[in-house]
Design a protein around this ligand. Structure first.
Ligand code: HAM
Length: 422
């Protein structure tokens, strides 16, 4: 138990961390280019925020939240997603009084008590992007495009943008009735979860993955045929913008999303080779959410991308990005007596911006050379009694084995100069 992490969690080991850092750096740079500002919310919130925001009848709220009562007697939930917290922060800090629309992003963990499998975890990491205060279809297109821009920057291909519109509360009400009329005579042959969705959340019937239910869902009436005029015009305009931005997409009327706040545009971006959990990101418009959470009527649109799934995809396609630069110089005193000189050089190198390391286990020079090879350091700065007397080091380039004497003050220059030539 003590040496095993809880099910559904991951340790990001040092070997894989450079890929994550590359992804996170690209995200920060893209958000800067597209004028999104970072807002970090806490990883727990009042439970009610998610009950009202994500929706009482969703799988997330019904069975997946990590909810507990804290010592003060309040019900607290580890965030299962980031959107609701960002809306809360936007309202709490009156960001609506700043320049509009408010464009925000956040990268951080989310928690859902789901059955773990490849690509599905109980703690996962999302890049969340939200725009509050703009109803323009150009913004729907922008939030779809920025995700595509990220994967393009990372060199990834083969993703499919699936797009749908689930209308507004007005046209969806009539559609729900039509959907129930279609499903009512077929209910007996469907899975138990579809039977319970029929009453509580009929749109989710379209999302069922059970073999027996899928053909029934495929033949169901389509929301797209029931859109009101405003929703139809909006959907056409989103597509027009996507074409203008050269973002390929497919219409997929089966995309309904697992959270209740969506209106009009919904989308998911999948990478089919990932298997069952192949949605790398998803999102859409939610013009009623901010009002539901206590704000004035304010449109919103956004998405969240699962960084674990993106990294899995990068690894599958061998797009690992650059490995860590590693250690520039390993400072190796031959004997205990040269340790003070070694320490001085070590910190001189670090302060000059070079990655430097030394031995802390009293190894022989031979032992240190072995370690240097394992660490993959570029240079060894060896200090023996002779060198110490002269204030010098034997600087060895590990790749070539070439070694020359360099004054201790000149090591930074020798190493940095060589890096500049590479
Ligand atoms: P979501 O579709 O529930 O949407 O999650 C978005 C992404 O987070 C998924 O496509 C997936 O990559 C990742 N994800 C979710 N759950 C897990 C899990 N258990 N394990 C690994 N990855 C996971 C939302 O969360 C919405 N808040 C998105 C949004 C923002 N809509 C509008 N604004």
């Amino acid at each position: 138990m003590l040496t095993e992490a809880p099910r559904g969690t991951n340790d990001l080991l040092p070997d894989r961390s450079p890929v994550w850092r590359r992804v996170e750096a690209e995200i920060a740079e893209l958000c800067r280019l597209y004028a999104y500002r970072e807002l970090r919310t806490p990883i727990f919130e009042h439970t009610e925020l998610f009950q009202r925001g994500v929706g009482e009848t969703t799988d997330i709220v019904e069975k997946e939240m990590y909810t507990f009562t804290d010592r003060g007697g309040r019900s607290i939930t580890l965030r299962p997603e980031i959107t609701a917290g960002l809306v809360r922060a936007y309202l709490e800090h009156r960001l609506d009084t700043g320049p509009q629309p408010t464009k925000l992003y956040c990268v951080g963990p989310g928690f859902r008590y789901e059955r773990p499998q490849a690509g599905r975890f109980r703690q996962f990491t999302q890049w969340d992007v939200e725009v509050f205060g703009a109803a323009d279809p150009a913004v729907d297109a922008e939030v779809i495009e920025i995700g595509v821009a990220l994967v393009r920057r990372l060199g990834l291909e083969g993703l499919v943008v699936r797009l749908n519109s689930i209308g507004c509360p007005r046209c969806r009400g009539a559609y729900r009735g039509r959907l129930r009329d279609y499903y009512r005579p077929l209910l007996a042959g469907l899975c138990p979860s579809c039977q319970s969705r029929f009453e509580r959340n009929p749109l989710r019937l379209l999302d069922c993955k059970e073999e027996a239910c899928r053909p029934v869902a495929r033949r169901a009436p389509r929301m797209l045929d029931s859109l009101c005029d405003e929703c139809r015009v909006h959907f056409a305009a989103v597509q027009e913008r996507l074409r203008a931005l050269a973002v390929p997409y497919e219409i997929d009327t089966g995309i309904v999303r697992g959270l209740d706040y969506y209106t009009r545009t919904v989308f998911e971006v999948t990478y089919p080779p990932l298997g069952a959990q192949n949605a790398i990101w998803g999102g859409g418009r939610y013009d009623g959410l901010i009002e539901t959470l206590g704000g004035s009527s304010t449109p919103g649109v956004g998405f969240a991308l699962g960084i674990e799934r993106l990294v899995m995809t990068l690894e599958k396609t061998n797009l690992l990005g650059e490995a860590d630069r590693g250690i520039d110089v390993f400072v190796a005193p031959m004997q205990q007596e040269q340790s003070p000189a070694a320490l001085q050089l070590l910190y001189r190198l670090r302060r000059a911006g070079l990655a430097a390391e030394t031995d802390y286990l009293g190894r022989s020079l031979k032992g240190q050379m072995k370690l240097i090879n394992r660490l993959g350091a570029r240079y060894a700065a060896i200090i023996g009694p002779e060198e110490a007397l002269r204030g010098a080091v034997a600087l060895r380039e590990m790749r070539t084995g070439e070694q020359r004497e360099v004054a201790a003050e000149a090591v930074v220059q020798a190493v940095a100069g060589a890096a500049g030539e590479q």
